[in-house]
Structure formats: C-alpha cells, structure tokens
Design a protein around this ligand. Structure first.
Ligand code: C2E
Ligand code: CA
Ligand code: CA
Length: 699
C-alpha cells in the first residue's frame, strides 16, 4: 500500500527562511503550502489539514501563538504536530508556545540533516496519537452504544476509575464516588458477593481466560439492578495482574424476563400455585433429604375436589375456575409457610408438608383443610359446598422417586373417594407390599401345588432312654423353581391368608400317609412307630377335616395308630367346644394328638385334662434358655410333672446341644427332637435310621 503524499504548511514572514524550508520539505517528498502570516496559516490549515506545520512565532496580523491556538480548535486539529522555529535563547517564548499547543521546536540556525530525522519522529508520534484517539473514540462510541458502564482498576495502587455511565446506571452521577474498589463491592447484593469475589479471584490468579459474572447492585433508589460484568486483567512480565478493566451492562430486564419464564414454566396459570413440575422437583428434594436425615419425615397429601366434573359440566368452566381458585385459597390458608401447595391440573391439588410429627398432626391438618374447604360458597348466585377427598402418603425408605410417592398418595385418594365425599385415607406401604406379595405367592402356590413342587422332609423323634427313633415329624418344603427350597415361614402365612393351606394340608396328609405305608412295607417297624403332621387352625376348622383324615388312612391302607397330628393351643382356643368335639372324633379314629409349641406363646394348661391329648411338645425357646433361668426350669419341671400325671408324654423340641439334651433328661422328658439328633431329612434317608439307629449318645 502506498502512503498518500504527506503535506506540510510553512508559516513565516521571513521570506528566506520560508523558501528554504519549503524547498527542503519539497525535496523530502512533501506537498508544501506556504503562509506569510498567522491568519493565512489558519486559513490554509482550515481548508486542508496538513500533516505537519512549521510556525514562526513572530508574524504580522496573527502571531504564531494565536495561529496555533486557532488551529488546535479545528476539528482534527488537535493532533497535528506544530513545530516552531525559534532562536536559541528564547526559552520564555518556547514555554508560552507549549501552552498554546505547540508540539515541538527547532532552533535557528537550522540543522537540516537533523530536521529531516526529527520530522520523521514527530510524524510517527502524531500518527500513533491519531490512531489512538480514533480507537479510543471508537471504543467510547461502542461503550456508549452498548450502554455499558466502564471500570478500570489499578491493582497496584488499589484504585478504581468508574466511568460516568457506570455511575449513571446506579443513579450515582451526581454524587461523589471515590476511586475506591469498595464503591463497587459494597453495592453488590450480599448473596451475590461471595461468587463475584470468587470469580474475580479465579481470574486474577490466572485460572480463567476472562472474567464474567452476573450480580445484583443496589442503586441510590434502593432497587437492585442485575449487572453483567465482564473484564480482563493486564499482567506484568511475571504474570502478576497489575490492572483490570471491564464493563457493566444492566441486564435487569433480561433477568426479569428469564425469571418470569421460569415462573411460568413452573407455576399454574390459573392459581399461580406451583405446578406438577415444581412440585415433583421439591418432592424429589424431600426424598433425598429423608435419605440423608433419618429423623426427617414428610408427607404428601393428594387432594381432589369431589364431584368437580359435575360443577364444571353443569355450571360452566368459568364457575369451575372460580371454585378452583377459592378452594386453592382455602387450602393455602391452612398450610404453613414451608409447605408446598401445588395444582397438578384439573381439580387436583397436592401438598408437601415437612417435619410432620406423626399421623395425628396430619389428621389435624386434614381436618382443618376439609373444614375450610367445606364452607358454603356462592359463585354467580350458585350456592356450592365443595369438599375434598384426600389421600396421604408418608415418607419411607421405600421411596426413591417422587413419582412413586405421588402414585401412592393418588391411590390412597382413590380409596378415600370410595368411602364417599370429604374423606381421607392413608396409604399403607406395608399393606401394599403384603397385598402384592400375597397375590404373587398365591399364584405361585397354585402352580407349585399343581406341578408337584412341594415335598415333605422328616425329622426323627428320639426316645431319651433308648436313644432310638420312635417316629418322625413331617415338615413341609417348597422347592421353588426360582427361589430354591423354601421353609414354611416363607410361604405359610400366604397360604393361610389365601386359603390355599387347605388343599396344601390335604396333600401333606395324603403324602405322609403314603410315605408311612411305603416305609412299613420296606422295613419292619415297631407297632407304635409313627409319622406326625402339623395342621393349622384353618385346616382344622374345615368341616371335612375328620373325613379327610379317614379318607387318607383308607386310601393308603394305613393304620390310624401310625398317624399323629399336632395342633397348637390357639387352634383349640379359637373355638373350644367345636375343637373338643372334633378332637374326640379324631381320637376315636385312633389317631394320636399332640399339643405343639407349648411354652412359646400364651400357654395355659387350662382344661388340658379334659381333652384327648396324648403328648405335649415343649417349644425350643424353653430349652434354649440358659440354666441361670432357674425359676423357669423349676416351672417347666412342675409342668412336665403335671403333664405326666395327666398321662401325656412330653417331647422336647429343637435341641441343638448336649446341654439342652441333658436338661431334657433332668426334666424327665421322654422324647427329644432337634438338630442335635438330626435335622429334617428326605424320605430315603429315614430307612437307614430305622434299620441301624444312629450314634447318638445323649451326653
Ligand atoms: P414345628 O411344628 O414346631 O416344627 C419344628 C420346627 O423346628 C421345624 O421348622 C424344624 O425344622 C425346626 N427345628 C427342628 N430342630 C431344630 C433345632 O435344633 N433348631 C432349630 N432352630 N430349629 C429346629 P420348619 O420345618 O421350618 O417348620 C416351621 C413350622 O411350620 C413348624 O413348626 C410347623 O408349625 C409349620 N409346618 C411345617 N410343616 C407344616 C405342614 O405341613 N402343615 C402345616 N400346617 N404347618 C407346617
Ligand atoms: Ca410340629
Ligand atoms: Ca413346635
């Protein structure tokens, strides 16, 4: 790029000097204009601004000082280098010239070679200044256009320059604002200050390429303005920040719009209450808190206006909306500040309440809400009496997600609806799980029964005197295809609840009889060698119970003397008169009867003497007790003696150790049964026991 030809103006009334200067400048490639006095110089410069001016101080019409001042007034006249040509000793006039805006001086006689170089320096300096000014102007214009307030922070001396606009943004334009950084920081909202300081710190320490932060600043009228603050640090050679400058833009309106958008997205338009999204969010938060803090309990109320659809359909949406608004306000008036009331949509509201003491407090709150909502309501000459159905779910470890809890409170609400208008129901997680489990197990039990997944195991009953096996107890097992072998504790209550215990019990009876017959045929057995089976209340209560026993014995052609049944005292207590009659019938068949689990629960020997009982099984919890429970032992001893007087025998159950077996002996129990001898085994394993006995010593 070729530079345009530079121009020069020479103003001197001394013709010789003027011509010499013009000549030299022309030689150096300048376009030269010449003036004989200050006025002419001013006029020429006004027409066409030169790149450099040589000015004599003493000139007619307008002297050099006046001409210089006039030229500086011209637009763009500020940056033109004005060089005066003076005599050697004239220091005073140089001083005055400087004040008039003259840039530099040369002395007479002129050193032409030096002047040429001097000129280059002067021209370069003026070009740089012009560029700088232009850039500053551009920047100032841009900042003005962007409406930004500027700040410039001298980190070394810790003072800060704030631009006028910066001050205006806060209403500080007419106030004294010191050059102190605190003028900024003390106006920042306390909530925003730590983050601002942190981000400044990060930038100054060199961890961020540029600084940007949004914070609120208080204006003189007390209102807060959101500022987007951006800046950049300047560093010395060691990388230490020495200065930082930046801008503030007022983004209050943008923030307000954002906040409005966020509010609209999370709130219901009709009532202004939080919507499902915000509620779910808060609920999820509460669930998280409950997981961290075991003492924290909360509840979700799911509320639905009764028969709202009727109101809406018959009276119209406008009245429907009115009802929703009133109900929302009435619920809201009953709740504490930290509760979240939300409208999920339609006529459904949810309420999240924190730190509930217990269900009573929730019941009280529900009472208050239902009473408040049920106040008579007049909308457009319609008299209404709204009511709410409320379902409650309490926080529990089982809840992972807000949706689960909402679903359960909803389920409870439906249960409340079923009870009629204005009712409430608590969701019971336990019940839910149980109901679900029972349903599941029930279906599985059915298949299990149909596909032969049940088996019987047999536990020997041992004579304490001879240490010989006198019989076995049949114990039920479920060979579950997925869960492996299950014991009665895993499925018995479900079987009882669902009534499946009845067919299951019939199977046990038949199977035990069949097996007993098979042993009888396989080996020689003592006449009184037996199998005992357990039966629960529900089985025992079956009208067909006795005939089932008869039928099974007949089918298997088994002698009744080989079969024993075990019942608990509770089975008898459930209906004593009926039980008594039934037991006599059973006994009449020749089947022996034992009382199971004696001493485990509320055992009474009450009326035992009138019942056809053959033996008593002492629960393992009794034997398990250490010897220091001396009184207990004495009591048990008395019981055993009494039982013996009633001509019943006693079986000690669940003996695991030699100690326990020794205790059995001291109690004068005739029989023992427990893992010390043998646990329940498969049918095939029983024959060797019968044939060879075992190595039990009983010590
Ligand atoms: P139960 O009639 O008191 O049977 C004795 C239980 O104690 C059995 O548990 C047996 O395995 C266990 N046991 C035996 N010796 C020991 C020992 O040394 N230590 C310990 N800790 N336990 C021992 P199982 O087989 O789990 O049966 C539990 C209960 O289920 C039985 O208690 C009985 O009430 C019931 N049950 C078992 N089979 C049937 C059945 O076919 N029909 C009905 N209705 N109930 C049954
Ligand atoms: Ca038993
Ligand atoms: Ca028992």
């Amino acid at each position: 790029m070729t530079l345009p030809t530079p121009t020069a103006l020479v103003a001197d009334d001394d013709e010789t000097l003027r011509i010499l200067l013009c000549q030299a400048l022309a030689n150096w490639g300048f376009d030269v204009m010449a003036a004989r006095d200050g006025r002419e110089a001013q006029e020429l410069a006004g027409k066409r601004l030169p790149d450099v001016i040589f000015m004599d101080l003493m000139m007619p019409v307008l002297d050099g000082y006046q001409a210089s001042r006039a030229i500086r007034q011209l637009s763009d006249g500020l940056d033109i280098p004005i060089i005066v040509v003076t005599g050697h000793e004239d220091l005073e006039s140089i001083e005055t010239a400087y004040e008039a805006g003259v840039t530099d001086f040369i002395t007479k006689p002129i050193n032409w070679a030096l002047l040429k170089h001097r000129l280059q320096f002067v021209l370069r300096a003026s070009r740089v200044r012009r560029e700088l000014r232009a850039s500053e102007q551009r920047y100032a214009l841009a900042a003005q256009g962007a409406n930004d307030g500027l700040w410039d922070w001298d980190l070394v001396h810790s003072n800060m320059h704030y631009s006028l606009r910066w001050k205006q943004m806060l209403g500080l334009e007419n106030q004294a604002v010191s050059e102190d950084p605190s003028e900024w920081f003390r106006r920042v909202h306390p909530d925003d200050l730590p983050r601002l300081q942190n981000e400044l710190e990060i930038h100054l320490s060199g961890q961020s390429g540029h600084f940007e932060n949004e914070h609120r600043m208080i204006a003189t009228d007390g209102s807060y303005h959101w500022m987007l603050c951006r800046g950049l640090a300047v560093r010395d050679d060691c990388g230490q920040p020495v200065r930082m400058a930046g801008s503030n833009s007022d983004i209050t309106r943008r923030k307000a719009a954002e906040a409005q958008l966020a509010h609209d997205a999370s709130h219901d338009a009709l009532t202004g209450l939080p919507n499902r999204m915000l509620f779910t969010d808060r609920l999820q938060h509460a669930i998280g808190m409950a997981q961290r803090r075991p003492d924290y309990a909360f509840a979700v109320l799911f509320m639905d206006i009764d028969r709202f659809k009727v109101i809406n359909d018959s009276l119209g949406h406008r009245i429907g909306d009115q009802v929703i608004l009133v109900v929302a306000a009435r619920i809201s008036a009953c709740t504490r500040d930290n509760a979240t009331l939300a409208r999920l949509g339609g006529d459904e509201f949810t309420l999240l309440i924190h730190d509930i003491g217990g269900p009573e407090l929730v019941t009280e709150l529900i009472d208050r809400i239902q009473n408040a909502v049920a106040e008579p309501l007049r909308v457009d000459s319609h008299d209404l009496r709204p009511s709410l159905s409320i379902g409650v779910a309490f926080s529990s470890d089982n809840y992972q997600s807000a949706d689960e809890m909402l679903r359960d409170s909803d389920t409870a609400m439906y249960r409340a609806k079923k009870m009629g208008k204005g009712h409430f129901a608590f969701f019971d997680g336990e019940m839910h799980m149980q109901a679900l489990n029972t349903l599941l197990i029930e279906a599985e039990l059915r298949t299990g029964l149909a596909t032969g997944q049940f088996i019987l195991r047999y536990q020997p009953i041992v004579c304490m005197g001879s240490l010989r096996t006198v019989g076995v107890e049949a114990l039920l097992r479920w060979q579950h295809p997925q869960r492996g072998e299950l014991v009665p504790a895993d499925f018995l209550s479900s079987a009882e609840d669902s009534g499946l215990i009845v067919p299951l019990g019939r199977w046990v009876l038949r199977e035990a009889c069949r097996q007993m017959k098979a042993w009888e045929q396989a080996v020689e057995l003592a006449d009184d060698w037996f199998v005992s089976i357990n039966c629960s209340s529900r089985e025992f209560a079956q009208p067909s119970f006795v005939s089932d026993l008869e039928k099974s014995l007949a089918e298997s052609r088994l002698s009744a003397a080989r079969l024993r049944i075990e019942i608990t005292e509770q089975v008898i207590a459930a209906n004593r008169r009926l039980a008594e009659a039934k037991l006599r019938e059973i006994r009449g068949l020749g089947i022996r009867i034992g009382i199971d689990d004696f001493g485990s629960a509320s055992s009474t020997l009450n009326g035992l003497e009138n019942l056809p009982i053959d033996y008593l099984k002492i629960d393992r919890s009794f034997l398990h007790a250490p010897d220091r429970a001396h009184d207990r032992f004495e009591l048990m001893k008395a019981v055993v003696d009494l039982v013996h007087k009633l001509e019943m025998s006693v079986v000690g159950e669940g003996n695991e150790t030699g100690d326990e077996v020794a205790r059995l002996k001291r109690l004068s129990c005739e029989f023992g049964q427990g893992n010390y001898f043998l646990e329940a085994v498969r049918a095939e394993e029983v024959i060797p026991l019968i044939l060879h006995g075992s190595g039990w010593t009983g010590d």
